[in-house]
Write a protein that binds this ligand. Structure first.
Ligand code: UT7
Length: 314
């Protein structure tokens, strides 16, 4: 792939995020695990995380709010793309129940690309719009708490639940998703996986080791495809897995931390949801202005990786 030239592209017209009410602090985890608050903060940047809800219930909340913020009704949505690695059931796709509850009359399906899922979902939305859809609702939701072994301190300190959503609407011309880069290295899948009815198994050191180059590589490729450099980017919105991964990757990319959205301290790692949540929080805090270029970048089990450059013109 070299360049992106199309007659129809996407513009983000609505967005939202949703966190479960239940806050689990490091001190709470200290009561049942051989761990301590200072270790968790030092090694991960996490102070607390949110736990609760189902993938459907969180998706319904963030999806409804995103449609409202776009000034649309559910009837306007042609397709719902739900990025999740924690579907509520094996069959059917979780998107089906969400579509019904929201009153969306268009199509609905799940995308599973682990923590890269939301950026994969945006790329899918871009393709749907290029071929005729007018409005696509992309939701990233995960309830990792349901597949976490709460007696395993190597994973229980990291994982969390949450949801974030964007409405992608068609515009004439190339639109505001300037580029994307998607990757997968299945050779490494053994480092992070969950069998049916099992719990997450993770080799944290190996995941850390491959996370940094995956973020850097797909980010550079997305920037190249858009004809940009990192200096053009106003804000990097990375997947929130570990603040040390974010710092190491952004340093290699040449992005100073004051141009990076970090929310992991109070959200933990909610997989497909972290990028739209961090985006929503940064936008609400006034860190993204109209016309800004934003780099979304994620990596996760698979090992999957995904980056995209978005021009923010809501
Ligand atoms: O979305 C993608 C999902 N996953 C990730 O991105 C995970 C990437 N990996 C990581 O974030 C890190 O590898 C962890 C946070 C999981 C672990 O951090 P680390 O700096 O790699 O620690 P470590 O595994 O090298 O362990 C260092 C020490 C060990 O003790 P010794 O052998 O030095 O005495 C561990 O036993 O820390 C100990 N340790 C803990 N201590 C307190 C490991 N986990 C804990 C814990 N609390 N929760």
């Amino acid at each position: 792939m070299t360049s992106f030239t199309r007659g129809r592209g996407l513009r983000v017209t609505g967005w939202s995020s949703q966190l479960p009410d239940n806050i689990v602090t490091n001190r709470d985890l200290e009561k049942s695990l051989d761990t301590d608050h200072d270790w968790i903060v030092d090694r991960t940047g996490i102070h607390s995380r949110r736990v609760g809800g189902t993938t459907s219930s969180l998706s319904i909340e963030s999806g409804r709010a995103a449609i409202e913020s776009a000034g649309l009704t559910p009837d306007d949505i042609d397709v719902l793309v739900l990025a999740t690695t924690t579907p509520d059931r094996r069959v059917p796709q979780t998107a089906a129940g969400v579509q019904h509850e929201l009153g969306i009359t268009g199509g609905a399906f799940d995308v599973n690309a682990a923590c890269s899922g939301f950026v994969y979902g945006l790329a899918v939305a871009d393709g749907l719009i290029a071929t005729g859809a007018n409005h696509v609702l992309v939701i990233g939701t995960d309830t990792l708490s349901t597949i976490t072994d709460w007696t395993d301190r190597s994973t229980a300190i990291l994982f969390a639940d949450g949801s974030g959503a964007m409405v992608a609407s068609a515009v004439d011309g190339p639109g505001n998703l300037l580029s994307w880069s998607l990757g997968s290295d299945g050779e490494l899948e053994r480092h992070l996986y969950c069998e049916h009815d099992g719990k997450m198994i993770m080799n944290g050191k190996e995941v850390f080791r491959s996370a940094v180059p995956s973020i850097v590589n797909t980010s550079r490729e997305a920037l190249d495809r858009a004809g940009l450099t990192i200096d053009d980017i106003a804000l990097v919105v990375p997947h929130q897995a570990n603040v040390r991964i974010i710092e190491a990757a952004c340093k290699r990319l040449g992005a100073p931390m004051d141009k990076v959205a970090v929310s992991i301290d109070h959200t933990g790692n909610s997989s497909s949801a972290t990028i739209p949540i961090a985006f929503d929080e940064a936008e609400a805090a006034g860190r993204i202005q109209s016309g800004d270029l934003v780099l979304l970048t994620g990596f996760g089990a698979g090992m999957s990786s995904a980056s995209a450059v978005l021009r923010w013109e809501p």
